[in-house]
Design a protein around this ligand. Sequence first.
Ligand code: PLP
Length: 393
Amino acid sequence: MKTIYLDNNATTRVAPEVLDAMLPYFSDLYGNPSSMHSFGGQVAKEVREAREQTAALIGATPEEIIFTSCGTESDNAAIRSALTAHPDRRHIVTSRVEHPAVRSLCAHLSRQGYRITELPVDKDGLLDMNQFEISLTPDTAVVSLMWANNETGVIFPVEKAAELAHKKGILFHTDAVQAAGKIPINMKTNVIDMLSISGHKLHAPKGIGILYVRKGTKYSPFLIGGHQERERRGGTENTPSIIGLGKACELAARNMEMENTTVKRLRDRLETELLSRIPNSRVNGDRFNRLPNTSNVSFEFVEGEGILLLMDEYGICASSGSACTSGSLQPSHVLRAMGVPFTMAHGSIRFSLSIYNTEEEISVVIEKMPSIIDRLRSMSPYWDTVGQACVVQ
Ligand code: PLP
């Protein structure tokens, strides 16, 4: 059975060109880029090129790029650095829909005495900018808001938010892990201080990330050790992955248009067909301010995990918006923050596409989904008593 992979916000396949670029650095070219000899120097040259390629994707300069191990490290490093830069300030502004890489860190920091404001979102997952502005105080050390949401794809106006924060002398970090490579980012035209990217979301391998730190921003390293990354992150460089990430960023820049035309068209076709073929279904998240590859669809009166199991029988991979925590199925914090009704939130599926998906794959998903939902609804006591009655034809 062929796998139909629609879970690209969870992780992506390594692009064949990326793998080819990486392979020599596991075998013949294993030198340490910090070494004095030319064997290491050869690798250092490739790392420099990768830094230029990654910087180019986001309109940064190479000196503003720090290679890290993942998006989580970048998020942690950025927020902790901002707190070190402003030891007199004890307040952090973030949102209720951030990834755990930011949210759990903030929860941890709150136990250490920091005050956290988690901004709410509306039913479409959008931020209220007035409320954002009011939340900024002289005690605020840093704002951390995601550029695009991993579950719904909803895009926050982070460039505008960074301007508002700057007016009050507050550092601004954005988690751009889902946005990078899917929508244009140009650090020359905004005032964002720090930005996180993760390699495995844009067809580079797992275990490599970037923290962008704007020139002139006070930065305090998270990992203290050797002199690597201009003293901003100790640890011998993960050279194959850095070189792979450079290649992936180059490809992402080239494929950005395809993300916003071909991939978006496939996503829209999938979404439109599912909504028209399956009653009591809806899309979660603003339909316009959204990544081109993401669709979060709720099927009322069924469990997301049940849907995923049946999809798996056909080789279709996606994610559900509920997670099994302490034995009970809890809808995700994102859908809860948006006030998605429980009967809808429980049956939510996130489809996230990539440039490798095809029309044929989407046709298979469109064909299989109605019978999957029917099968589950036929076993659902809620569907019998409530669902049938409220089907809108
Ligand atoms: N931020 C967002 C929005 C994400 O979607 C993810 C991963 O799912 C992360 C951060 C964490 O990235 P990594 O897996 O590279 O640590």
